[in-house]
Write a protein that binds this ligand. Structure first.
Ligand code: SF4
Length: 276
């Protein structure tokens, strides 16, 4: 029996992989990483945070098994342009194409359902996501090691990695709750984008310019950031949000949103998985 862990740069999937290695050994263990850019693309703001790649590789060495690094060869803004759709918290062409579909194709190509168990780094605080992931991966069997006791929170998991000599991903230290897409996510809320603007203004500027380019291609402005003012919901672009921050407007810092690249499955989506 083979064991394939959906291995993102997050601490949840690292911890899940550690538990799988401890339970089943590493001879038949594969850590499947689906990159959100071309592997050779060195652009500082595309794909994962540079330090996430460091964590990914160092973490894999400690776990053991084989790191399988796959990529569609394109980045998230290309998926929005190709689909002529600005991703958002409900519909995410980026993770559908670059994560879920790619992982599914790879698994189907290499294993029949009775040859492999799949593992996803959802933790016990996200248990509500397990059922949709099991359904999406059917007939493959999926397990969620971090939903089992002893229950750990992210800070416990980070300490675990550091006790083995692997420094936690820097995005956690910068106040991000996820280590996906370099702190950017179309599912994230205003609080996360405020943090992105304050901690990595160049990265924010990159995404702002890509969004403006996309709006030009689409011929319409279809932003994904949501803001409630006087009980009315409105959508605003990255440019408009930055201008609000620069004007000193009050920002809802608790609106972190639902980043978690693999986690939220589009309606009718066959290929769900969850990143840590
Ligand atoms: S982290 Fe967010 S933006 Fe990046 S691929 Fe996942 S859903 Fe898309």
């Amino acid at each position: 029996m083979w064991h394939v862990v959906m291995y993102s740069a997050g601490i949840g999937s690292w911890s899940a992989a550690m538990r799988v290695a401890e339970k089943h050994g590493t001879d038949n263990l594969i850590l499947l990483f689906t990159d959100v850019k071309h592997k050779l693309d060195q652009h500082p703001h595309r794909g994962e945070d540079q330090d996430a790649y460091r964590f990914l590789v160092e973490g894999a060495k400690v776990i053991g098994g084989r790191l399988e690094w796959i990529s569609r060869g394109k980045h998230i803004w290309q998926t929005f342009e190709d689909n002529r759709y600005m991703g958002n918290s409900r519909v995410d062409p980026c993770s559908r194409e670059l994560k879920r579909e790619m992982a599914r194709e790879w698994v189907e190509k290499h294993f029949k359902p009775d040859e492999v168990t799949l593992y996803i780094g959802i933790d016990w605080t996200e248990m509500h996501r397990c059922a949709s992931n099991e359904k999406a991966w059917y007939p493959y069997k999926v397990e969620f090691p971090m939903c089992e006791q002893p229950y750990l929170v992210k800070s416990d998991m980070c300490r675990w990695a550091e006790s083995l000599g692997v420094k936690r991903p820097r995005l956690y230290e910068l106040g991000f709750s996820h280590n996906n897409c370099g702190g950017f996510c179309v599912k994230a809320g205003l609080g996360q984008f405020y943090n992105l603007l304050k901690t990595m203004p160049e990265r924010y500027a990159y995404h702002e310019s890509k969004q403006e380019e996309l709006f030009s291609v689409l011929g319409k402005r279809v932003p994904f950031l949501r803001q409630t003012v006087n009980r009315k919901l409105r959508y605003l672009s990255l440019k408009e949000f930055r201008e609000q921050v620069e004007a000193g407007n009050q920002i809802d810092m608790f609106d972190i949103g639902g980043c978690g690249c693999f986690g939220d499955v589009e309606e009718g989506d066959q290929y769900a998985t969850v990143a840590g």
